[in-house]
Design a protein around this ligand. Structure first.
Ligand code: PEP
Ligand code: MN
Length: 337
């Protein structure tokens, strides 16, 4: 249920509605909009007493939210959400590029890649300190030492850092060192992790699960918002299909679908989405064309020696060429880069 306030409703009237919601044991989520404030209600099991809310001062209307997800829905918030990662705004006019290695391997490797992507025009630095690997014998990441390296790379380049937390303890650490907490595809339905991210002080980059429908994807984001963290960026990173010419099938069609149903920004990950280096640039161009808010790309200065995801990593030079192409495409779509 959504309580829509009149244009010009006072702070006191908004507080009155919040108190009325909380008095019934529900949770109130005030969502300021360009025209007026709406207040989402969650935590109710059955129907909400609509007339009681409709008669409160300052209330314009009370409308049921038709989708199972509420707070992530455009019904609840018609305006696009802009998420702030460090000093970078995701979901605004800028087409934002996040780039960096799949995994933090060493200080030298991370600084080399970070300098390269920064020079080419990346706005955010990505890199995993905790890696979700298919094999328990594969490189698992440097852990907290990796987070320290990322923080050092931010110190030098000024790029805010996005990095994955694999579990709730990991969020404590990532929150301390990084600017944005990544929830990986394999963890998209790790509900305790999502709830913990919902109580985090940093924005969340939520990757779509390998076999997740759009509704499941949005429901996972709902877990984070329901706990009070409204700073969520979605990320399409490919899903499993029978198609065998790429590692995953990058579902670019989900981008315009998300834009209709949700106000949250969405990035595209052409690296995991294809698994092949030669497909990263074409799918990045496609991502810009379909209206993504940016991309997140794996870059390594020596991809064949990378400890993870070398086959899909591009060099800093190839990345610079890609950014050059995107700089030509972005203005056509009304975006800056
Ligand atoms: C990653 O970003 O390196 C990663 C492991 O991504 P995903 O969770 O999408 O596989
Ligand atoms: Mn990777």
């Amino acid at each position: 249920m959504l309580v829509v306030m009149r244009q010009g409703a006072t702070e006191e009237e908004i507080r009155g509605v919040v108190r009325a919601i909380e008095a019934r044991g529900f949770k109130a989520h005030p969502i300021p909009g360009a025209q007026r404030t709406a207040i989402g209600i969650t935590g109710n099991r059955g129907a909400v007493d609509r007339p009681a809310f409709e008669s409160l001062p300052g209330v314009f209307e009370v409308i049921p939210v038709t989708h199972a997800y509420k707070l992530v829905s455009r019904e609840v918030k018609p305006e696009d959400t802009v998420v702030r990662v460090g000093d970078v705004l995701v979901g605004g006019r800028e087409f934002v590029i996040a780039a960096g290695p799949c995994a933090v391997e060493s200080l030298e490797q991370t600084l080399t890649v970070a300098r390269g992507v920064k020079a080419a025009g990346a706005r955010l630095l990505r890199g995993g300190a905790f890696k979700p690997r298919t094999s328990p014998y594969a490189f698992q990441g440097l852990g907290e030492e990796g987070l320290r390296i990322l923080a050092a790379a931010r110190e030098e380049t000024g790029l805010p850092v996005v990095t994955e937390a694999l579990d709730t303890d990991g969020v404590d650490l990532v929150e301390r060192y990084a600017d944005c907490i990544q929830v990986g595809a394999r963890n998209m339905q790790n509900f305790s992790l999502l709830r913990r991210c919902g109580r985090a002080s940093k924005p969340v980059l939520l990757k779509r699960g390998l076999a997740a429908t759009l509704e499941e994807f949005l429901m996972s984001a709902e877990y984070v918002l329901a706990e009070g963290n409204y700073q969520v960026i979605l990320c399409e990173r490919g899903v499993r299909t029978f198609s065998d010419f790429s590692r995953n099938t990058l579902d670019l069609a989900v981008v315009p679908a998300v834009k209709v149903l949700s106000h949250l920004p969405i990035l595209v990950d052409p690296s995991h989405g294809t698994g092949r280096r030669d497909k990263v640039a074409p799918m990045s161009r496609g991502a810009a064309a379909v209206g993504a808010d940016g991309i997140i790309v794996e870059v390594h200065h020596d991809p064949d020696a990378a400890l993870s995801d070398g086959p899909q990593s591009i060099t800093p030079d190839a990345f610079a060429a890609l950014v050059g192409e995107l700089r030509q495409i972005a203005p056509v779509l009304g975006r800056s880069l």
